[in-house]
Ligand binder design. Structure first.
Ligand code: HEC
Length: 118
């Protein structure tokens, strides 16, 4: 039963995921592309039905990142709470996930110098 509820929430999330993608500021990065392709389904700000930290919500991400970017990335890789492993993107590498997390958290991307977690 819980699974049915979760799946229907996911469907709602997927249907609503285009809203943020269209209004996101133009910023060429791999993290942004992956976010739009995979993560936005659950992490778009419009997805009030999903208990995920939302893209651009710096306060929510700051709380998550207190354990460090590497541990936060590791949790995304293995799955956490209602989030499936790698956001269900089996072909995504941990490094790619980290870039998407940087994008969602509003951190600098790795195109410049490596930035330590806040
Ligand atoms: C099916 C929905 C779904 C998808 C798709 C999804 N997430 Fe999540 N994500 C969640 C939920 C729900 C949480 C909150 C989990 C919790 O803390 O209970 C979460 C939490 C996270 C966290 C916080 C982990 C922590 O340690 O606190 C990170 C990082 C994350 N997601 C990254 C990503 C990335 C990167 C992608 C895209 C590749 C992605 N997610 C795709 C649902 C999703």
């Amino acid at each position: 039963m819980q699974k049915i509820i979760r799946n229907s929430l996911l469907l709602i999330a997927l249907l609503g995921s285009n809203v943020f993608a269209q209004s996101a500021p133009a910023q060429a990065s791999e993290g942004k592309a992956l976010y739009e392709r995979i993560c936005a389904a659950c992490h778009a700000p419009s997805n009030v039905m999903v208990s995920s930290p939302k893209a651009g919500d710096k306060a929510a991400w700051a709380r998550r990142l207190q354990k460090g970017l590497e541990q936060t990335t590791a949790n995304a890789v293995s799955g956490i709470g209602a989030m499936p492993a790698r956001g269900a993107c089996t072909s995504c590498s941990p490094a790619q996930l980290r870039e998407a997390i940087r994008f969602m958290a509003g951190l600098e991307t790795t195109s410049g110098a490596e930035q330590s977690p806040p």
